[in-house]
Design a protein around this ligand. Structure first.
Ligand SMILES: *Cc1c(COP(=O)(O)O)cnc(C)c1O
Length: 416
């Protein structure tokens, strides 16, 4: 038995791990030759497909030239190019780029930037406002700003207090906006952090762009920093390059990771407005932004990100995204009137639906049974409890999607 301790895995209930030998496009291949369709983009990171030739080649070239350098006091061409391209493609008004290694750290950096900003302008604030059902990572800081539950019950004593506003469920949007307005008015918060348009790990919960726009307006009029966690929603997932575009919103701070390297290497960035950088810019060294990790802006990861950004400068990828969104709509439409499911929904390239079963929530018994069912059908689908979602790499074909949705249909027949 392997001694590896896997993430989010109950080893007592799941003994064997699927060993993957190779990835290509939308497919994963096991050592014994099984071909698996990657219907969740390997946990939401793979955008263009596994081992995209342009990204692979950029990695190879960079690895031979400079593969690591301390980023304090030093810079390198791949990082400079990534920063320039990011600021060109991100919502206008974002002015500086801070590199880190994962979505969690990009959110931690966002929190530190926000608190640093208020302290440095002589108006210290520390309260963070969050949205119910949010997920921002598994580090102690990001657990604090995320949904509380079975995932973090053991660590609760370490978590800091936040103010939570309800998720803007359809027909209840005004309650969210009122709660946000009240929190901004009464609690003098440093910032409001939110996943724009889709709450991923919280169950692929979707809300419309006008709510996002209103939330930004409230933060702006209340002088509260608006932090967009686009770690999952970025890179075309919601139909536009970044979800904030759909609400014509420029956040004060934005977090990107997952698809930043096309899903090839770990890298993250936190972008911010000039005011936030400027508040740290001083001859007083105590105002330095004290954050780093050993591999900050690793050159190989940056080269992969540069190759990804180049792809987002052409038209082809946007056409691909639109086509995946259209194919996804075609596939999900028949489920809308299906009595075996509820909350059938789509935003951009992501679809989600809930299988009607007795016990709901992440620990629902249906979860592991669905996982096993899809695994037998050579599909990588990982339902969140009874919520099944499809979040494919953009190279997915109509035939792949047919297979995926046929299996979802069969699962409802055979398991419930
Ligand atoms: C996945 C995710 C994170 C955490 O990213 P990691 O790279 O897993 O640390 C943060 N925020 C959102 C919205 C995510 O979906």
């Amino acid at each position: 038995m392997s001694r590896i301790w896997h993430p989010f895995t109950q080893h007592a209930l799941q003994s064997g791990m699927t060993k993957i030998a190779r990835g290509e496009g939308a497919y994963l291949y096991t050592e014994d030759g099984r071909r698996i369709i990657d219907a969740i983009a390997s946990w939401w990171v793979v955008t263009h497909g596994h081992c995209h030739p342009q990204i692979v080649s950029a990695i190879q070239k960079q690895a031979e030239t400079l593969n690591q350098i301390i980023f304090a006091g030093h810079t390198h061409e791949p990082a400079e190019q990534v920063a320039t391209l990011l600021l060109k493609l991100a919502p206008r008004g974002l002015n500086h780029v801070f590199f880190s290694d994962s979505g969690s750290t990009s959110a931690e950096v966002a929190l530190k930037m926000a608190l640093g900003y208020w302290r440095n302008i002589g108006e210290p604030r520390s309260r963070i406002v969050v949205m119910q059902h949010s997920y921002h990572g598994d580090t102690v800081g990001t657990m604090s700003i995320g949904a509380r539950g079975v995932f973090n019950a053991a660590y609760e004593p370490l978590l800091f207090e936040v103010t939570s506003v309800p998720f803007p469920a359809r027909g209840h949007e005004q309650e969210t906006l009122d709660a946000l307005e009240a929190a901004c008015r009464n609690e003098n918060p440093a910032g409001f952090i939110v996943e724009p348009l889709i709450l991923g790990a919280g169950g692929m919960l979707m809300y419309p762009a006008w709510v996002l726009r209103e939330m930004k307006r409230i933060c702006e009029t209340s002088d509260v920093l608006f932090i967009a966690d686009e770690v999952m929603t970025g890179w075309g997932r919601t139909g536009t390059l970044f979800a904030c575009e759909q609400a014509s919103v420029t956040p004060d701070i934005a977090c990107y990771s997952k698809g930043l390297t096309g899903g090839s290497l770990p890298l993250a960035v936190t972008l911010c407005r000039a005011e936030i950088f400027d508040a740290h810019y001083s001859r007083d060294r105590a105002r330095t932004f004290f954050h780093s990790s050993s591999y900050t802006a690793n050159p190989v990861a940056c080269a992969a990100a540069k190759a990804n950004l180049d792809l987002w400068q052409g038209n082809e990828i946007y056409e691909r995204v639109a086509s995946v969104a259209a194919m996804q709509e075609q596939q999900i439409a028949p489920f809308r009137g299906d009595e075996r499911f509820t909350s059938v929904r789509r935003t951009g390239t992501i679809t989600a639906l809930e299988l009607k079963v007795g016990d709901e929530g992440y620990l629902a018994n249906i979860g592991p049974r669905l996982l096993a069912f899809f695994n037998d059908r050579n599909l990588l689908l990982r339902p969140l409890g009874n919520t099944i979602y499809v979040l494919p790499p953009y190279c997915v074909t109509a035939a792949d999607l047919d297979e995926i949705y046929t299996a979802i249909n069969d699962a409802a027949d055979e398991l419930v």
